[in-house]
Design a protein around this ligand. Structure first.
Ligand code: CA
Length: 227
């Protein structure tokens, strides 16, 4: 999966970005400040960074310079998110090595188009369409955001759907609650891990017999099993 790191202190924007990027099939990570953002970029080595200019801790330009001065991150594609239409900021950003910039407020469609263009330029393969996952009595369609269990359509919340899809796409792999929170909710495990249990329970209820695919692995977490 293509990983996108969002370094942005406005939480509403982060949330909107993550929602839309996930819908496009990207894996997302985020930091709300510059110092942590830089740390994450070096640890994670994402495929692309969305970098806000005005950040607490370390501003976007400083962060970008640091990325470009580190061999591990010097080739990371970066799109800057600029709050104001200040020409100088854009020029400095591009001089320092950003690939592109977009001015807030921006349209998600526009941003996603630019992300895809840059990834293509860097030779990253983007899956344009995600095919449906089919099991004997369960079908999960990431494009239509729909689930059918034993031929009947099942209404799921966005998170329930994301959790089911994540587990099913990684069939037979066991995930701890912390990891699921991080991957599906994009929040750190400080938030109650019980959230995961609640979602799994609801999923099982809604899926009926097909709910058996969701297995509890005692002492570890959950997995999706095709039996
Ligand atoms: Ca900001």
């Amino acid at each position: 999966m293509i990983k996108i790191l969002i370094i942005e202190d406005e939480r509403d924007i982060v949330q909107a970005l993550e929602y839309n990027l996930k819908k496009e099939g990207f894996e997302t990570h985020h930091s709300y400040d510059g110092i942590n953002g830089l740390k994450q970029a070096t640890e994670l080595i994402p495929d692309l960074v969305l970098l806000d200019l005005m950040l607490p801790g370390m501003d976007g330009i400083e962060l970008l310079k640091a990325l470009k001065h580190d061999r591990r991150t010097e080739n990371l594609p970066v799109i800057m998110l600029t709050a104001k239409a200040a020409e100088t900021d854009k020029v400095v950003g591009l001089e320092v090595g950003a690939d592109d910039y977009i001015t807030k407020p921006f349209s998600m469609r526009e941003l996603i188009a630019r992300i895809k263009a840059i990834l293509k330029r860097y030779g990253r393969k983007i899956k344009e369409t995600r095919s449906a996952l089919k099991f004997a009595d369960l079908e999960i369609d990431p494009e239509k955001h729909s689930v059918r269990a034993a031929g009947r359509s099942v209404e799921l919340t966005a998170k329930e759907f994301a959790l089911l899809l994540y587990l099913a796409e990684n069939k037979e792999r066991v995930f701890g609650r912390d990891r699921l929170l991080d991957s599906v909710w994009s929040i750190s495990s400080e938030v109650e891990t019980r959230t995961v249990d609640v979602h799994v329970r609801r999923l099982r209820e809604k899926l009926g017999r097909a709910g058996r695919h969701l297995k509890t692995v005692r002492g570890v977490g959950y997995k999706f099993s095709d039996v």
